[in-house]
Design a protein around this ligand. Structure first.
Ligand code: ZN
Length: 151
């Protein structure tokens, strides 16, 4: 399974990370799913042959094309993409307190912290210390309830 890191365009394959040699955007073939044009995102050298990460202009799917030394195509595989290992499973972000359960919020934050989080969210004046104290607990809240607060 190949995996493209969208942040630095490195390609993970069999547990190894390959840095792109080139980020040229060229036409590299046709999509096996929709026959759309494939355009390259990055080129890599893997074990003496070439690999090209490409995106279909038709359906948006990502592929890896493997070529031998003389640029004959050897293999085409679908490509998974993510920002990096781990962060592709980011918990959903909830920026609105109203979307969260009051019970869960009250289990972690004090009434004063909640009041100032709400005020900050509404753009009203709030007590900074309360918000700072609340922010220090966002990790805990995420651990407990799987939601990252973003205020
Ligand atoms: Zn396609």
């Amino acid at each position: 399974m190949y995996r493209l890191d969208l942040e630095d365009n490195s390609l993970s394959f069999e547990g190894r990370r390959h840095e792109p040699l080139s980020l040229e955007c060229n036409f590299v073939g046709f999509c096996s799913q929709c026959e759309g044009d494939l355009s390259s995102i990055a080129y890599y050298r893997i074990c003496g042959s070439w690999a090209v990460a490409a995106r279909c202009r038709g359906c948006g799917k990502l592929f890896v094309l493997r070529f031998d030394r003389s640029w004959s195509i050897e293999e085409e595989s679908e490509l998974g993409a993510g920002l990096c290992e781990g962060s592709s499973f980011e918990p959903p972000r909830a920026s609105r307190l109203n979307d969260l359960s009051r019970e869960e919020l009250e289990a972690v934050f004090t009434p004063a912290e909640l009041r100032d989080m709400e005020r900050c969210e509404r753009g009203e004046a709030y007590t900074r210390q309360n918000l700072y104290r609340a922010r220090a607990k966002y990790d805990k809240f995420e651990r407990l309830f799987g939601v990252r607060i973003d205020i």
